[in-house]
Design a protein around this ligand. Structure first.
Ligand SMILES: [Zn+2]
Length: 520
């Protein structure tokens, strides 16, 4: 007899509905899976057989054929087990054919019949949307699933083992539907795993004395979504500043929370204690981070750091010390806001909407311009090092600021802006931008292209004259000119000014002074 159940496959960040056809008939005892399964799917045969027998059901004596379709998707993982076992029992008449209609099944089976948790529940559920009404899945994935399914019209049923699943399907016991109210009983959120160090929970910009200009620049960068490079000698506080950026990031929208959570679901980083990512990630990488770890990779591609930083910050230290080739890796994802990895001639796409924050030394030895240390670099070395600033990746960086050692007076000053105050300004500027771009697909000034710049960054006669002068004096490249207008728009938004004024343009000019070879 032929039975049909449903489950889901993963392709990159995308979940795809998969039909599971199980045919059981006379013949030599065998269990064949067709339709591009990997080893884990083939091993499913043993797990499914043992789980069925150990749950007290009869296993077919003859031939069992399982077909997973569509066949063109490469199917990976052990989460197909439950759908196959239910299919086998339905093909034998143990479960009514009608009892599995409109339902999907996801879960790995232990040999004893227990249903174990799996990775990637969030994208699977969104892939099944519109095709099913109910999904049966492991208890430990319920919390993540309930939050994902909210508003999609899919009911979540939590199961602990195969026998219980069969009882629920045949009406012998009530289905254990999980709702948002149930999952609230699971307990409070635990400390998040999105890259913040555990001792980072109490940090605040108030700890950073002096550095007034750097803090103002960081507010501008975060407010407008601008990428930022900080240049300064070792020990001047670049990393200290960067680690505090998460404390002023605006709240995530529900769409952003879901998008970022999908990525963490794929690598199994969501749990019943932490079913959804609500805080913007902060991921730190270095020049020693491998291309696969940075971009994502593997035989079955998994997301890398640029995707784990999605809707948050990717921080790279020693930025200019890295190979040009390595820096170049970031260019395309920064442009496209996503990364596509090709495996076996198939594309796997992961979102990568991160804002880059980077830090670098001013020269190879690190001490150029440091009053307390002697720089040992030759002029040629300095020129070669600095030439990276005009490389293609720096076209993608909006702002570059200098961080210098804080003098004693500034260090001991009482007044120092704290994170709450800075975040309030960021949020106000973001609100203005959201209103401005409400009919468009983006919501920060950094995302404007030339057409938008023309529309939203128009200048008055005085301001135009100022920019004409600057254009000629510093021989601005068109790219730098556009960066200046975008940054000036953010500077104006931070002051709640409708029009861009000369002071905003001057600030923006200063933030871009290291780009394009010319300096102000
Ligand atoms: Zn040096």
């Amino acid at each position: 007899m032929l039975a049909v159940t449903r489950t889901a496959a993963l392709s990159g960040i995308e979940g795809i509905s998969v039909k599971v056809e199980v045919d059981s008939g006379p013949g030599l005892p065998s269990f064949n899976v067709i339709g591009l399964g990997d080893t884990a799917v083939k091993e499913a045969a043993d797990r499914v057989r043992s789980a069925i027998v150990n749950s007290g059901f009869e296993y077919p004596r003859g031939r069992v054929t399982v077909n997973l379709s569509p066949a063109w998707i490469h199917k990976k993982g052990s989460h197909y087990d439950l759908s196959m076992a239910v299919g086998v029992l339905a093909a034998q008449g143990r479960i009514g054919i009608k009892d599995t209609e409109g339902k999907a099944f996801v879960g790995e089976l232990a040999l004893g019949g227990q249903v174990r948790g799996v990775k990637g529940i969030l994208p699977m559920i969104s892939g099944l949307m519109g095709q099913i009404n109910e999904i049966y899945l492991p208890e430990e994935n319920c919390r993540e699933a309930v939050l994902a399914a909210a508003g999609l019209g899919i009911r979540i049923a939590g199961v602990r083992n195969l026998a219980e699943t069969v009882d629920m399907l045949t009406g012998k016991s009530p289905v254990r539907y999980r709702t948002e109210r149930d999952v609230q009983l699971y307990g409070n959120e635990v400390q998040d795993l999105t890259g913040k160090k555990s001792d980072d929970s109490h940090i605040d910009f108030a700890d950073v004395k002096g550095h007034w200009a750097a803090k103002e620049a960081i507010v501008t960068a975060v407010a407008g979504g601008h990428s930022l490079l900080m240049i300064g000698p070792p020990g001047t506080g670049k990393t200290m500043l960067a680690r505090r950026i998460p404390t002023i990031l605006p709240e995530m929208t529900p769409e952003e929370q879901l998008e970022t959570s999908m990525i963490y679901s794929l690598i199994g980083r969501l749990s019943s204690q932490r079913p959804i990512i609500k805080e913007r990630p902060f991921r730190q990488v270095s020049r020693r981070t491998s291309p696969a770890a940075l971009l994502g990779g593997g035989y079955e591609p998994l997301p890398g750091e640029i995707s784990l930083a999605c809707n948050g910050i990717l921080f790279m230290d020693e930025f200019l010390e890295a190979d040009r080739a390595q820096i170049e890796l970031l260019r395309k994802p920064m442009e496209e806001k996503k990364i596509t990895i090709i495996r076996r001639s198939k594309p796997y796409t992961f979102p990568a909407k991160f804002t880059l924050a980077a830090a670098a030394n001013p020269c190879r030895c690190g001490y150029l311009g440091d009053p307390d240390h002697q720089c040992t670099c030759s002029q040629t070395e300095i020129d070669r090092y600095r030439s990276k600033l005009s490389g293609p990746i720096c076209e993608r960086i909006d702002m570059c600021i200098e961080i210098s050692r804080v003098n004693y007076k500034a260090l001991t000053e009482a007044e120092s802006a704290d994170s709450a105050e800075m975040r309030k300004r960021v949020t106000a500027a973001r609100d203005i931008q959201r209103e401005r771009f409400k009919s468009l697909t983006f919501d920060t000034n950094a995302m404007m292209d030339e057409k938008h710049i023309e529309e939203f960054c128009s200048l008055g006669p005085k301001e135009r004259k100022f920019m004409k002068k600057a254009y000629e004096k510093y021989s601005l490249s068109p790219r730098r000119y556009h960066k200046i207008l975008k940054l000036a728009r953010t500077a104006a938004d931070l002051q709640e000014c409708r029009d861009i004024e000369i002071c905003h343009l001057a600030t923006a000019l200063n933030y871009t002074r290291f780009f394009g070879g010319e300096q102000t």
